[in-house]
Design a protein around this ligand. Structure first.
Ligand code: MEV
Length: 348
């Protein structure tokens, strides 16, 4: 039996633009998805997951299956609601199938998934799930996590889950933890993660969940459609967001939190206005956090629901408490989360 966990992610700056090659600033929270994997001897595979539903198959069945190519998987995000439960489990099926074809699956297993990553979206719950599941398979059937092998697979799964395009920044962060400036590059036709780990101590931010479920498989294709119709205008916005990230990395490294907060505010305005991926409840939570003394606040992740993140003075408990209370008063679910935690790991 192995127990493996991986964190979700919080974007300080740069979501969406990062899909188009710009950098993002991202941190791993103390909210994690855990997979407990217990070998079986009858050739069956079961996955029990509160977020992804239950999944059952056989080793022989999975190894014989051909799965759709990442880019042909649900390319029209709008139709996701029509997919059946079985199809929604494709991430687990594809991860297990891919792993099995490369390394074998023994005589089957039971995988039990639990998570403290926000369920409404915006904190990369599906990436935490994919990375933790691959890690558990690796720990069980290869005897080690082999972290360096995971990104290309997790990236492909992200592409599927995000409706045809992804940055892989979240996958990198879930695998390695801490804080990263990350972007994607294509080298010889292959996607490559360019990630710089920042040397920072963990610190707390405040998260406010809207309770509205976001689906990145809808928001990434939504932005893609806008970009397809007006490439120059969208590229200009992505470049502007990329500049905020470069400035944000400097601010974070220099401990200039107030300045970083201002950059987060600017990013939110671009995500809300130019890219159109915010939501009235997200805007309300963001405005509320700012009005209670947060240095800055913005939506986080794919948007159109999900959650927001607020940066507050880490030494001022009073401001943190009043931001949390005010977010709750306007209907959000608010809490502190510590960023900069460990990436994928084996639990004892
Ligand atoms: C989604 O959580 C973050 C996006 O930037 C997509 C991605 O990075 O793949 C919208």
């Amino acid at each position: 039996m192995v127990k493996v966990s991986a964190p979700g992610n919080v974007f300080f700056l740069g979501e969406h633009a990062v899909v188009y090659g710009r950098p993002a600033l991202i941190g791993a929270p103390d909210r994690r998805t855990t997979v407990v994997l217990t070998p079986r001897i009858d050739g069956r595979i079961t996955v029990v997951s509160p977020s992804y539903g239950d999944f059952e198959n056989t080793v022989a069945g999975l190894l014989a299956s051909q799965f759709p190519d990442a880019r042909s998987y649900n390319p029209r995000g709008a139709e996701i609601d029509a997919l059946s439960g079985d199809e929604l489990m494709n991430p687990a099926r594809d991860i297990i199938g891919e792993f099995g074809r490369r390394y074998g699956l023994g005589n089957g297993f039971d995988a039990e998934v639990s998570s403290t990553v926000a369920r409404c979206g915006g904190m990369s719950s599906s990436t935490a799930f994919s990375v933790a599941l691959w890690g558990a398979l690796s720990a069980q059937f290869r005897g080690d996590l082999y972290k360096d092998d995971i990104w290309p697979v997790a990236y492909q799964i992200n592409v599927k889950i995000h409706g045809g395009a992804a940055s892989g920044a979240e996958a990198n962060s879930s695998i390695h933890g801490g804080f990263h400036k990350a972007r994607i590059e294509t080298v010889d036709g292959k996607p490559v993660a360019r990630a710089e780990k920042l040397d920072l101590q963990p610190f707390a931010v405040i998260v406010g969940e809207t309770g509205v479920r976001t689906q990145t498989k809808k928001t990434v294709p939504y932005v893609r459609e806008g970009w397809t119709n007006a490439k120059d205008a969208y590229e200009a916005v992505f470049t502007e967001i990329g500049k905020l990230v470069e400035e944000g990395v400097n601010a974070l490294n220099e401990g200039e939190d107030l300045y970083l907060g201002g950059l987060m505010n600017e990013d939110h305005e671009l995500l809300r206005g130019e890219l159109g991926v915010s939501h009235p409840l997200l805007n309300r939570l963001v405005d509320t956090a700012r009005s209670q003394g947060a240095y800055g606040a913005k939506m986080c992740g794919g948007g159109k629901g999900g959650l927001m993140v607020a940066l507050v003075d880490p030494k001022n408990e009073e401001v943190a408490a009043s931001v949390i209370k005010a977010l709750q008063d306007v209907g959000g679910t608010a809490y502190k989360t510590i960023l900069g935690g460990e990436g994928l790991r084996i639990e004892q």
